[in-house]
Design a protein around this ligand. Structure first.
Ligand code: ZN
Length: 183
């Protein structure tokens, strides 16, 4: 159980204290977690990092505003599927791996997944994402053909390709809110 961190009048983020030197933020579909270094007094740790927290909050709000005012792609489901196949083949070639089937399904909890059997699953809600975010999600799943877990090796593969990874994770986080509201 992680406590909640209240930011501004009506925003709550999950809060975790971990053995880290620097504060960090993690994005998952529908959830953002602020990670702060462990300390004797949690309130004091929050206070020390309050400026950093406000900065992250402001970035998320700006990303949400930018995404909200952007027109949805209008891509059809077949166009979306073709795009995912094309990107998956490109990424697989780049990473020197293979995959088998691609399945498309509307799911409530994630953008995509990769099975140990080499099959990839993509959420049909991704149809509305800008292409650079679709490419990022596809690359992530294909990278799992090299490394199943999200450990250091996996993070390195992703950061080499997407140095601005945190910004993209943030965009995906705000788009999750947007596409789940509109569909
Ligand atoms: Zn993954």
């Amino acid at each position: 159980m992680s406590p909640e961190l209240k930011v501004g009048p009506d925003h709550h983020y999950h809060l975790e204290f971990r053995k880290v030197k620097e504060p960090a933020v993690e994005f998952e579909p529908g959830q953002m977690t602020i990670i702060l270094p462990k300390g004797d007094n949690p309130d004091e740790v929050v206070r020390v990092h309050s400026e950093w927290i406000s900065h992250i909050h402001a970035n998320v709000q700006a990303a949400l505003r930018a995404a909200s005012t952007r027109k949805m792609s209008g891509r059809t489901q077949p166009e979306f599927r073709n795009l995912v196949w094309k990107l998956a083949e490109e990424c697989a070639k780049e990473l020197g791996v293979e995959f088998y089937k691609i399945h498309f399904k509307k799911t409530a909890d994630k953008w995509a997944s990769c099975g140990t059997d080499g099959n990839l699953n993509f959420n049909t809600l991704m149809r509305n994402l800008p292409e650079h975010l679709i490419q990022y999600v596809v690359y992530h799943e294909i990278a799992h053909r090299k490394e199943m877990n999200h450990g250091k090796v996996f993070q390195r593969i992703m950061k080499d390709k997407f140095p601005q990874k945190r910004q993209i994770d943030m965009e995906l986080y705000v788009y999750w809110m947007i596409v789940n509201r509109v569909s």
